[in-house]
Design a protein around this ligand. Structure first.
Ligand code: TRP
Ligand code: SF4
Length: 405
């Protein structure tokens, strides 16, 4: 494992454009993004090419979904002042890196990714025996590596894709990080750090390579991070040299597992569009209120006088997300003793959901009213993302001998 990427602490994540988002997305992903952006250099993008891998037969729905999703991100608090928000296909460098990575990626690595067969099984009505679909996780690797992202916030289902990304990066660095005169260049870079740092680095490197001293490795990495007068390339050489490898051109990212959100749907199953049990972030308050009022409760509680059991009731799961200890206690006692009715029990949930949605919906209305603003936010984010992507591609082309000058 190398820590180049984690130390730069760039965060990258993407979402396929699925249209308007719901509370499941908000609790499972967006709240997390909003927090991360205060702490890290964040890149959030719409994975429209990934959507094409499964929707190639009906791409016309994608653009509308893209804008709807972007508005929901912004409404939920993703802040374009803090994060770069952009659309994958507007940074064509992702495709170039995907192509170049495809040269070194063994077919078996892609065929073994669990989502490959799973999704083909699940979406049986679609022909997913395509080149593009097999390459889905490699395109994702390109998305991540092109920004040298250190952390990739994802759910459990995407961890295998980040793992593949790490393997591809390792292979890339192994093949292309070995410049002919690597040792000389690394030694020259050591000297450029100045006498004191050079001596420390050499001592740490020796301690790590000869005695496996991992504290020395950490110390050397920290030392490299603080060096002001060496170039990015030299720093990468020195990271690689430290561990006995070549230059680290594409650092390995880490998955940042989002705490599994227990956002229940209106029927108590996980909230998901395919179950038809969602509350969309932009649903009208009356619609939300009605949906919650109509929610099923403990089926054993037929009459108001029957005692119930919250453990058997989807409404209780909402209380677990939205209510404090006092309300929860009131629910537990009131339900089991038939002291409260179900309508009564739902009221604090209704209030809490509406309270949560109100500021989101207000911001959404502002963005809906200013499509130009939304387009500008994306244009700005795209430009910033492209700067970084182009820089990486220059290094990648150079490493792969694709510079004809
Ligand atoms: N495959 C991801 C999903 O379905 C979306 C995605 C595409 C992504 N590229 C990415 C996520 C890069 C994280 C990093 O959710
Ligand atoms: Fe569910 Fe509340 Fe009714 Fe009990 S009182 S069954 S927890 S809605």
């Amino acid at each position: 494992m190398n820590s180049v990427a984690t130390q730069h602490a760039r965060v990258l994540s993407g979402m396929r454009p699925t249209g308007r988002l719901h509370l499941g997305h908000y609790h499972g992903v967006l709240k997390n993004w909003v927090e991360l952006q205060h702490e890290y250099d964040c890149y959030f993008f719409v994975a429209d090419w990934h959507a094409l891998t499964t929707h190639y037969d009906d791409p016309s729905i994608i653009p509308g979904s893209v804008w709807d999703m972007v508005i929901d991100w912004l409404a939920a608090g993703v802040n374009h002042g803090e994060s770069r928000v952009f659309i994958q296909s507007q940074v064509p460098e992702h495709a170039e890196l995907h192509l170049l990575l495809s040269m070194i990626t063994p077919l078996g690595w892609l065929e073994r990714v669990p989502s490959y067969k799973d999704q083909q099984e699940k979406l049986k009505e679609k022909d997913l025996a395509t080149y593009g679909f097999l390459g889905y996780p490699l395109l994702q690797s390109a998305d991540i590596l092109i920004y040298k992202a250190g952390l990739v916030p994802v759910g459990e289902d995407q961890v295998a894709h980040v793992e593949l990304t790490r393997e591809v990066a390792r292979r890339f660095n192994h093949i292309y990080g070995r410049e002919a005169n690597f040792e000389e260049m690394a030694e020259a870079a050591v000297k450029k750090m100045g006498k004191k740092s050079a001596k420390l680095y050499t001592r740490y490197r020796k301690a790590y390579q000869e005695q496996g001293d991992s504290e020395a490795l950490e110390a050397a990495r920290a030392l490299l991070e603080t060096q002001q007068n060496i170039t990015v390339n030299d720093r990468e050489r020195l990271f690689g040299y430290l561990e006995g490898g070549g230059r680290i051109i594409l650092p390995e990212p880490q998955p940042l597992l989002t705490k599994a959100s227990r956002m229940p749907g209106l029927d108590g199953q996980k909230m998901s569009k395919s179950y038809g049990n969602t509350i969309a972030l932009r649903d009208d308050p009356e619609v939300v209120e009605n949906a919650l009022r109509r929610m099923p409760t403990d089926t054993n509680r037929v009459r108001r006088n029957d005692p119930g059991d919250p453990a058997r009731c989807p409404v209780w799961q909402f209380h677990e997300v939205y209510s404090g200890d006092d309300v929860r206690e009131w629910v537990q006692n009131g339900c089991k003793s038939a002291g409260i009715g179900c309508i009564e029990c739902k009221q604090p949930v209704i209030d809490a959901v509406l309270r949560e949605l109100a500021p989101i919906q207000e911001r959404a209305r502002e963005f809906e009213a200013q499509p130009e603003l939304v387009r500008n936010i994306i244009a700005e984010g795209t430009e910033a993302a492209r700067d970084v992507a182009q820089e990486t591609m220059a290094e990648v082309r150079h490493a792969m001998s694709l510079l004809y000058r």
